[in-house]
Design a protein around this ligand. Structure first.
Ligand code: NAP
Length: 250
């Protein structure tokens, strides 16, 4: 395929408008449709889109996915809020459209993906690990999807080497003082004006600590990951969850 024809859903939004700009600037991609709420999805078919980028809303994204998959158009999904139920619904639609690819990525920041991978690897070698995620005060969900995903990866990595539970002698505490817990991993959420999206993973063992930190400073930082997804998804049929599967991390 020479030029990849790309459509953006949620094109007037913060992420969608950034994605339109990135596609226009990429020499191997053509922006054939920029669609927002109220526009018809039929435009995707009429314009012959090969790949759709979705940065819309958790309430809209499943309908968009069903339409694209049924029309054999691959999808790169940045919209958040996916659980196992939604993922299995996507797998069901894809079973009738075996050449179509869908990438769902909770975080398109290449640095953020590396931070999650490094943290999971390092957690096999440290007694304890906790996550501090820091965001702007307009964020609706806590902990962040990235922090939750990091905790899951850490839990899987530690289970694979039969790591013991982390020591914690706390017997009395104020509600929330030790944060939320996913599996064995504590997550602390900070909300402050002046922040964008940041995360620290702090690992500790006898006589040493290791801190892995990622900072998202601007939405443009997500675009190299989005474009990587667009270029790869057309040759990866089926559902891929997480950008790390399209990166060479060995
Ligand atoms: P936003 O500024 O509110 O943009 C969403 C846009 O989509 C709005 O223009 C909205 O229109 C439009 N929209 C809603 N339903 C639609 C539909 N059915 N068809 C077409 N357009 C539709 O939000 P944002 O900050 O760009 O974030 C969008 C999503 O991306 C969120 O779920 C966010 O959590 C996620 N996100 C993901 C990453 C990642 O790396 N994966 C990074 C940042 C954000 P109205 O305004 O008229 O409703």
């Amino acid at each position: 395929m020479s030029q990849i024809k790309v459509a953006v859903l949620g094109a007037k939004g913060r992420m969608g408008s950034e994605a339109c700009k990135a596609v226009i600037e990429a020499p191997d991609l053509d922006l054939v449709a920029a669609i927002d709420l109220g526009d018809s999805l039929e435009e995707l078919v009429a314009k012959g889109a090969h790949v759709v980028i979705d940065f819309t809303h958790p309430d809209s994204v499943m309908n968009n996915l069903e339409f694209a998959i049924k029309n054999g158009i691959s999808v790169v999904v940045g919209t958040t809020g996916f659980d196992e139920k939604k993922l299995s619904q996507i797998r069901g639609w894809l079973s009738s459209s075996p050449k179509t690819g869908v990438l769902v990525a909770p975080n398109f920041g290449v640095g953020a993906v590396l931070m999650m991978q490094f943290a999971a690897k390092a957690s096999k070698y440290f007694e304890s690990v906790e996550i501090v995620e820091l965001h702007h005060p307009n964020k609706a969900d806590a902990p962040s999807g990235t922090a939750a995903r990091t905790a899951e990866l850490i839990n899987e990595a530690r289970a694979s080497v039969k790591k013991e539970a982390m020591p914690d002698a706390t017997t009395s505490s104020l509600d929330g003082a030790r944060g939320a817990k996913i599996g064995d991993v504590h997550i602390h959420s900070v909300r402050l004006r002046g922040l964008v999206a940041h995360q620290e993973v702090i690992l500790g063992d006898l006589g040493e600590t290791l801190t892995i930190r990622h900072d998202s400073i601007d939405r443009s930082g997500f675009m190299p990951g989005v474009l990587l997804g667009v270029r790869k998804v057309i040759s990866h049929p089926g559902l891929t969850f997480g950008l790390e599967h399209f990166m060479d991390l060995n």
